[in-house]
Design a protein around this ligand. Structure first.
Ligand code: THU
Length: 144
């Protein structure tokens, strides 16, 4: 798949997300999503959505990648970019919960690359996809 105008490294990350997408466990929605999170050492952490018969416990692809990376020893600030892909009309839009988790674990200016299977893509940053977020600093700066 060609993502016209997208840099080679982000195209590669979207392709990694596409690979992760094939591993999705989606018996209920039948809607596969893949994510690929690039860390500061150049390693890619893969994520796919994992659904559940109780629906609520479903984990999105983005959070799967982020939580896996933390479990593998990565810490906030040690991520360079995340790519997300799904079979949406335009580039996929991460859900609100995943945006909140991105704000927690990634730098505000970290690129978020969103794509679909027909070559469409868009790029944004963590802070711009969740304006006015409640952040770790919100807890430090509370009124006492
Ligand atoms: N989903 C993701 O994994 N990431 C997104 O950005 C949007 C939604 C999943 C959750 C659920 O398994 C399926 O897509 C339908 O909502």
């Amino acid at each position: 798949m060609i993502y016209e105008g997208l840099s080679d490294n982000y195209t590669e990350l979207l392709h990694a997300a596409k690979e992760a997408m094939t591993r999705a466990y989606v018996p209920y929605s039948n809607f596969q999503v893949g994510a690929a999170l690039l860390d500061d050492e150049g390693h890619i952490h893969y994520g796919c959505n994992v659904e559940n018969a109780a629906y609520g416990p479903t984990n999105c692809a983005e959070r799967t990648a982020l939580f896996r990376a933390v479990a593998d020893g990565k810490r906030p600030g040690q991520f360079q970019a995340i790519a997300v892909i799904g079979s949406t009309d335009g580039p996929i839009a991460p859900c609100g919960v995943c945006r909140q988790v991105l704000v927690e674990l990634c730098s505000p200016d970290m690129p978020v690359i969103m794509g679909n299977l027909s070559g469409q893509w868009s790029i944004s940053t963590v802070s711009s996809i969740l304006p006015g977020a409640f952040t770790p600093a919100s807890l430090d700066n509370r009124e006492r």
